[in-house]
Design a protein. Structure first.
Length: 492
C-alpha cells in the first residue's frame, strides 16, 4: 500500500536567497519532487530572489543545472524537470534598499489573494529588513506566510530581537520557524509509536526507562560555513534547536489532540522542565571538543584550525551533555545528548534504553541478559529497531542473544520517502504549523542554553581535542560511563 499524494492549493513561493546553497541543494530539489509526485498544481509559481542581476532564463538555467544532478537517473524527475523550470521566475532585490520592491510587490499582487510563502533563506541579519519591506509593500496580509531558518539569534536576547522584528510584520500564526529534523519520517513516527500503540506508552516513564540517548553525528567538517560556524559552535548550531527538539518529542506528555498548539504546548512544558546546569556542574555534565587532523572514511582530513586558517579558536565542534527533565514522568532519567563534526559515521538516532529485568532466572552459562532498547534511526537509513533477548536457535543448551526486530522504511514501504524539507514546505503551504517551532519554544530553549554558554566563557577552558574519525574526546565516554552506562553502538 502506498500513501496517497494530495495536491495543495495554488501558491506563490518566494525564496529570498534563491541562488544560495540551501535553495539549490534542498528547497528547489524538494519542490521538484513534490511537483513530480503531483502535489504542486500547474498554476503555482516559485520565485527566486537575490541581489544578482539576471533574467528569468538565466535563473532557470542555473537551477536546471543543479536539478539535473539531483535527478540523476530518475527518469520521472527528468521528465518533469522542463515543466517545473517553467514555473520559476527571478527578481533582483536588495533587502537593504528600496529599489525594485514596488515592481516585485505588484507582480505578486497581480495573482490576487492566493497563498504566498516567503522563505527567508538568508543571513538572520537580513530578517528585519526583509520583514519590514514585506510589510511596507502590503505583502504580509491575507494568506501570506513567512519561513525563517535557524539560527534564530545567538542567545536569548538576540532571539527576542529577531522574534520581535518578524512578529511586528507577521502574526504568530503566519510565522513558520523551521527545524528540518522535525520533518524527518522517524521523528513523526515517534508520535505514532507512542500514541497509536498500547505497547509503549504505559512503559514510557521513569519506572521502566533507564536513560535516553540522542546522537547527531556528522563526518563533514566546516565545508562552506567557516565564518558562521566559528561564531556559533556545536551547542548553538545543533543542540539549542535540533537536539532539544528531539528531546521534546521523546519526553512530552500526550497532547489532547494532534493539533499544532496542543503538540507545541507539551513540548514547551518539557523545555521549561529542564533542570538548569549550574556553573558548579558544568565540568561533569558537559563536554566540549574540537577535532584535530585524522581520517574519516579512509581519507585523511585536516583539523578544525587548519580548515579555519587560524592558529587558535575556542569554538567547539563537539558537544556531549547530560540533561534531566524535572517532572514526575522523567525524574531520575538522564538524557545524554551528543553531536559533533568529523565523527566516524553520519548518523542521527534516538535510543530509548529500558531498565534491566529485576531478576534473571537463567544460568550464567546462558550469557548476559541485556536491557531492551528502542532505536529510532533518523539518518542515513530511516527505521526502527527494537532490541530483545531471545534464545539462540539450535541444540546444546539455552544460550541468549540480544537481537533487533528491524523495520526499515525503505524496505517496508518500497517507495521514495519525502525528505524533511519536502514535507515541511508542503505543511507551510497548507498552513499547518505542527512541526514548526513557536516563539516561546525558541526562547525557552535559549533560556536553558545561555547559562551553559556563560559558564564555558567564564571558565576560559579550551575545548578538548579529539582526532577526526573518532567519537569525540574521551571525556564524552566518561560522561556516561561514570553513571554505569555506555554509548549505544549498532552492531547489526
Amino acid at each position: 500500500m502506498t500513501a496517497k499524494t494530495l495536491p495543495v492549493d495554488p501558491f506563490d513561493l518566494v525564496i529570498f536567497g534563491g541562488t544560495g546553497d540551501l535553495a539549490l541543494r534542498k528547497l528547489l530539489p524538494g519542490l521538484l519532487r513534490r511537483y513530480a509526485d503531483g502535489q504542486i498544481r500547474e498554476d503555482s509559481r516559485i520565485i527566486g530572489v537575490a541581489r544578482d542581476k539576471q533574467s528569468d532564463a538565466d535563473y532557470r538555467a542555473k537551477v536546471g543545472e543543479a536539478l539535473q544532478r539531483v535527478a540523476g537517473n530518475d527518469e520521472a524527475l527528468k521528465a518533469k524537470l522542463p515543466a517545473f523550470l517553467d514555473k520559476l521566475g527571478y527578481h533582483a532585490l536588495d533587502a537593504t534598499k528600496d529599489e525594485g520592491w514596488e515592481e516585485f510587490a505588484a507582480a505578486l499582487k497581480a495573482q490576487g489573494d492566493r497563498i504566498r510563502v516567503f522563505y527567508l533563506s538568508t543571513s538572520p541579519s537580513l530578517f528585519v529588513n526583509l520583514c519590514d519591506r514585506l510589510r511596507a509593500h502590503g505583502l504580509n496580509g491575507g494568506q501570506s506566510r513567512v519561513v525563517i531558518e535557524k539560527p534564530i539569534g545567538h542567545d536569548l536576547a538576540s532571539a527576542a530581537v529577531i522574534n520581535d522584528a518578524v512578529g511586528s510584520a507577521f502574526a504568530e500564526s503566519q510565522i513558520f520557524r523551521i527545524d528540518h529534523y522535525l520533518g524527518k519520517e522517524t521523528v513523526q513516527n515517534l508520535l505514532a509509536l507512542r500514541f497509536a500503540n498500547i505497547l509503549f506508552e504505559p512503559l514510557w516513564n521513569a519506572n521502566h526507562i533507564d536513560h535516553v540517548q540522542i546522537t547527531v553525528a556528522e563526518t563533514v567538517g566546516l565545508e562552506k560555513r567557516a565564518t558562521y560556524y566559528d561564531t556559533s559552535g556545536a551547542l548553538r548550531d545543533m543542540v539549542q534547536n535540533h537536539l532539544l527538539q528531539l528531546l521534546c518529542m521523546v519526553a512530552m506528555e500526550p497532547p489532547a489532540a494532534l493539533e499544532a498548539d496542543a503538540v507545541r504546548d507539551e513540548k514547551l512544558k518539557v523545555l521549561r522542565s529542564l533542570r538548569p546546569i549550574t556553573a558548579d556542574e558544568i565540568g561533569h555534565m558537559t563536554v566540549r571538543g574540537q577535532y584535530r587532523a585524522g581520517a574519516v572514511n579512509g581519507m585523511a582530513v585536516p583539523g578544525y584550525l587548519d580548515e579555519l586558517g587560524r592558529e587558535d579558536s575556542r569554538t567547539e565542534t563537539f558537544v556531549a551533555l547530560k540533561a534531566e527533565v524535572d517532572n514526575w514522568r522523567w525524574a531520575g532519567v538522564p538524557f545524554y545528548l551528543r553531536t559533533g563534526k568529523r565523527l566516524p559515521e553520519r548518523v542521527s538516532e534516538i535510543v530509548i534504553a529500558f531498565k534491566q529485568i529485576p531478576h534473571s532466572i537463567f544460568e550464567h552459562s546462558a550469557g548476559p541478559v541485556m536491557g531492551n532498547k528502542l532505536v529510532l534511526r533518523l539518518q542515513p537509513d530511516e527505521g526502527v529497531k527494537l532490541w530483545l533477548m531471545i534464545k539462540d536457535p539450535g541444540p546444546g543448551g539455552l544460550r541468549l542473544q540480544h537481537v533487533p526486530l528491524d523495520m526499515s522504511f525503505a524496505e517496508a514501504f518500497g517507495v521514495h520517502q519525502p525528505e524533511a524539507y519536502e514535507r515541511l514546505l508542503m505543511d507551510v503551504v497548507r498552513g499547518n504549523p505542527t512541526l514548526f517551532m513557536r516563539r516561546d519554544e525558541v526562547e525557552a530553549a535559549w533560556k536553558w542554553i545561555d547559562p551553559i554558554l556563560a559558564s564555558w566563557e567564564n571558565q576560559r577552558e579550551a575545548p578538548k581535542p579529539y582526532t577526526a574519525g573518532s567519537w569525540g574526546p574521551s571525556a564524552a565516554v566518561a560522561l556516561v560511563e561514570r553513571d554505569g552506562r555506555t554509548w549505544h553502538e549498532d552492531t547489526v
